[in-house]
Design a protein around this ligand. Structure first.
Ligand code: CP3
Length: 340
């Protein structure tokens, strides 16, 4: 049993006097204790060593009164398990030497045995759950198939992912084969994450907003929906599709329990598009955490006033930035916890 089940109650749509709060990328480079471990171990070593992943997951919870933990890991561990040898290059970010650019490349990508290839994630979940000792729920996550395809084809981060888009538009048959392989792997992976102890699942479609609404319906949403349908009778699923306000109405009619929204959409419009029928999560501009703490507190109160305390999870509109002062992150979390 959980001592703090505010997040689960918000996901069920129960009436609450204040929303639960957590921050995307809450275990990150703005924390000195995170930097200390980053300087000692490379990125995927931290992901692959359960003791390190657990320690990093717990770091923000020791500082702030957060209502959820999110497992320290990365969306790229899934394509790694499928035979794509992603590295995390300092100063560059995700890097794949042998990019996926042809039908033959897609053929070489396999659907792995997730227990064999990603066992370290399930071990990290079990260890984290033990350490959390029922204090707060644990969120597990995966990237959306479209967002994973973006990195697989492009081979690195991009503002536009135009090589990935070009691949889909020139070679839709191969693209759909790749998206389906990623979907099948992700479903097996997330089912095992749930079995290992994750209480909630979040899907990150970080690059969905680069697609037109029509292409979103072709290359992203159908695969997200397959994943949601496979999990929804086990745990609540949150879909965070950045930049996808145009898809909010359709997504709100799916089996997802919540939708993440970024800061480019107002609470009123997000509620209007989703007909107030689903829990929303977000949407504080991460750069607004660079404002003075008093301004942050005022803006958080306004945000909750607009979303309401029910069917709402307070969060940022995307991951926390590395240059945010720890006191400002603290002001954000405390402003939610002390909301009246
Ligand atoms: O939210 C959390 O605290 C959980 C941890 C988490 C990480 N990555 C750790 C991480 C989560 C949820 C992710 C998801 C992720 N990874 C996404 C989707 C969410 C989003 O931000 O849009 C994406 C697109 C990735 C791929 C990825 N991994 C990128 C683009 C980067 C940044 C590269 C850089 O140098 O800026 C990473 C690295 C990464 N993943 C870091 C962290 C804390 C920072 C690098 C480090 O610690 O060395």
């Amino acid at each position: 049993m959980l001592q703090n089940d505010l997040l689960l109650r918000a996901l069920r749509g129960e009436e609450l006097s204040r929303p639960p709060v957590w921050m995307m990328r809450q275990a990150g480079r703005y924390l000195p204790e995170f930097i200390a471990l980053r300087d000692k171990y490379d990125f995927f070593t931290r992901c692959q060593t359960p003791e390190l992943a657990t320690e990093i997951t717990l770091q923000p919870l020791r500082r702030f009164p957060l209502d959820a933990a999110i497992l320290f890991s990365d969306i790229l561990v899934v394509p790694q398990a499928m035979g794509m040898n992603f590295e995390m290059k300092p100063g560059v970010g995700p890097w794949l030497e042998n990019t996926i650019r042809t039908e033959a490349d897609v053929k070489n990508i396999f659907i792995p045995d997730v227990e064999e290839t990603l066992g370290y994630v399930f071990d990290a979940i079990k260890l984290t759950k033990k350490e959390l000792d029922g204090k707060v729920p644990l969120i597990g996550f995966a990237g959306s198939p479209w967002t994973i395809l973006c990195y697989a084809v492009e081979g690195k981060g991009s503002k536009t992912f135009d090589i990935a888009k070009g691949f889909c538009f020139e070679n839709p048959v191969a693209a759909h084969k790749l998206l389906q392989k990623i979907t099948d792997t992700t479903i097996a992976y997330l089912l095992k994450k749930i079995e290992s102890g994750c209480d909630v699942i979040q899907l990150f479609d970080s690059w969905g907003g680069l697609l037109s609404p029509k292409d979103y319906d072709k290359f992203s949403w159908p695969y997200i929906e397959q994943i949601v349908n496979a999990l929804a009778n086990k745990v609540p699923v949150t879909v965070f599709a950045k930049g996808c306000w145009f898809a909010l109405e359709k997504m709100s009619q799916s089996k997802a329990s919540a939708l993440g929204v970024d800061w480019t959409v107002s609470p009123q419009i997000a509620r209007y598009l989703t007909k107030n029928s689903i829990t929303l999560q977000g949407n504080f501009d991460p750069a607004r955490l660079l404002s003075p703490p008093e301004t942050i507190q005022k803006m958080v109160k306004e945000m909750i006033d607009k979303f309401g305390t029910t069917k709402y999870i307070a969060n940022l509109g995307h991951g926390i930035l590395p240059n945010v002062p720890v006191e400002n992150a603290q002001a954000f979390v405390e402003a939610v916890v002390n909301y009246k």
